[in-house]
Write a protein that binds this ligand. Structure first.
Ligand code: PMP
Length: 416
């Protein structure tokens, strides 16, 4: 009996579902003792190469020294919630120099609340009420954006808990603009279109050629606010996120995860015209917004990302990893599908062609992969049970070869 198993049992007595940020997505019950770079170490002395990275924030690897030092320095200084401070200005400046299409920014704590702030701002700007989102996207865990997620239909387990008054949004297929065109012609009460530029939460599905440009055009034609949810893609895909990578500028964008080296910080950014509505009375609040250590984490993270941009390296590493996983799957004769962005890709079991149907929904064997994620953990590879693999700037050649060796062994078990 492992120490992790004991701790997991204790956890269930204390907190429903055990200790995990998301009860529904809980993976193997491993208790970690510490992390360093791309590695995690559990309470039983096992090591893991980490491709979950705290669901994405650990883009610089675990315990990046500059960020850790900067946060600790501000905690010690005792000015955690001091009111206005120079680090907030500096964080904002670095942010706007990185996300260069944006003119103004406000910091928050989580992606969930900041997505809501974006929707609120869009309503205030347009005087309209409804919004459009896409099947398979995830914009946080609140009722109005939760009711459909992975499979694009209301999930029975959640439907019963959510408000029945959710008629303020439309859910359309991703990667298909025909339905949106029709809708925008019919309903003139649409304030915003919110989209994950890459459908990272449902199989890391890439936008088809021209899709994001077309969303931009349609929103312009109808006076609708285009919101990019860059919580995963921001500061990960490129310094300027998906907007920079795909060359499409939204009106507003939401950031989180990778922007603060693991510290909880989110941001809403956009044009001055839209963002200044906050100065005119649109509410945006939060006890923990723009705390001094949070701004220190942003400043140190963005300084690192700007001084030595890791994007080329991480992209190359992820590409090699994706190719090698595909090769290993062939060798083991397993129907393992690998797709998406090298910095955040998706691995799943499915038959050829089943991953991406016309509507852009992912259809794959979630249960088989979730079980396989336990096999991977047994072999020292830590991944999300839903299939996404995140790569960090701390993953190098040592990690790559160790991963392939471990994966080979895990696939042998799977194929047996
Ligand atoms: N948007 C996207 C695209 C996300 O992936 C997530 C979290 N996985 C969120 C919003 C919500 O962010 P948070 O968990 O920080 O509330």
């Amino acid at each position: 009996r492992t120490r992790s198993a004991e701790l997991a049992e204790r956890a269930r007595e204390i907190t429903p579902g055990g200790v995990h940020s998301n009860v529904r997505l809980a993976g193997p019950s491993v208790f970690f003792e510490r992390g360093e770079g791309a590695w995690l170490y559990d309470e039983d002395g096992n090591d893991y190469i980490d491709y979950l990275l705290g669901q994405g924030p650990i883009f610089l690897g675990h315990a990046p020294r500059q960020v850790t030092d900067a946060v600790a320095r501000e905690m010690r200084r005792g000015s955690v919630f001091a009111g206005q401070h120079t680090l907030e200005n500096r964080a904002g400046e670095l942010f706007l120099e990185s996300v260069d299409w944006a003119e103004k920014v406000r910091f928050g704590v989580t992606g969930t609340e900041t997505d809501q702030a974006a929707l609120r701002l869009a309503r205030a700007a347009t005087g309209r009420t409804r919004f459009v989102r896409f099947a398979g996207t995830y914009h946080g865990w609140l009722d109005n954006v939760l009711i459909t997620t992975v499979d694009g239909v209301p999930r029975p387990a959640s439907a019963g808990q959510l408000s029945r008054h959710l008629d303020d949004s439309y859910v359309l297929p991703y990667n298909d603009t025909a339905a949106l065109e029709t809708l925008l012609d019919q309903d003139d009460d649409i304030a915003a279109v919110i989209v994950e530029p890459v459908l990272c939460n449902s199989g890391a599905i890439l936008p088809v050629e021209g899709y994001l440009h077309r969303l931009r055009e349609l929103c312009d034609q109808h006076g609708v606010v285009l919101i990019f949810d860059e919580v995963i893609t921001g500061f990960r895909l490129a310094l300027g996120g998906a907007a920079e990578y795909f060359g499409v500028t939204p009106d507003l964008a939401v950031y989180g995860k990778a922007m603060a080296g693991g510290w909880p910080v989110s941001a809403l950014a956009g044009s001055a015209t839209l963002m200044d509505l906050f100065a005119d009375g649109v509410t945006h609040a939060g006890t923990f917004n723009s705390s001094v250590p949070a701004c220190a984490a942003v400043v140190s993270t963005l300084t690192l990302l700007r001084e030595d941009p890791p994007y080329g390296r991480v992209h190359a590493h992820g590409t090699k990893l994706m190719d090698s996983i595909r090769e290993l799957a062939v060798q083991h004769d397993l129907p393992l599908r690998v797709q998406g962005l090298p910095v955040a890709f998706h691995v799943s079991f499915g038959s050829p062609g089943s991953i991406l149907d016309h509507a852009g929904l992912a259809s794959f064997d979630l249960d088989r992969y979730a079980a396989f994620s336990h096999t991977l953990a047994d072999h020292g590879i830590w991944v999300a049970p839903r299939g996404i693999w995140y790569v960090s700037a701390a993953h190098g050649d040592v990690e790559l070869s160790a991963t392939l060796e471990r994966l080979d062994a895990a696939l042998s078990v799977e194929a047996a």
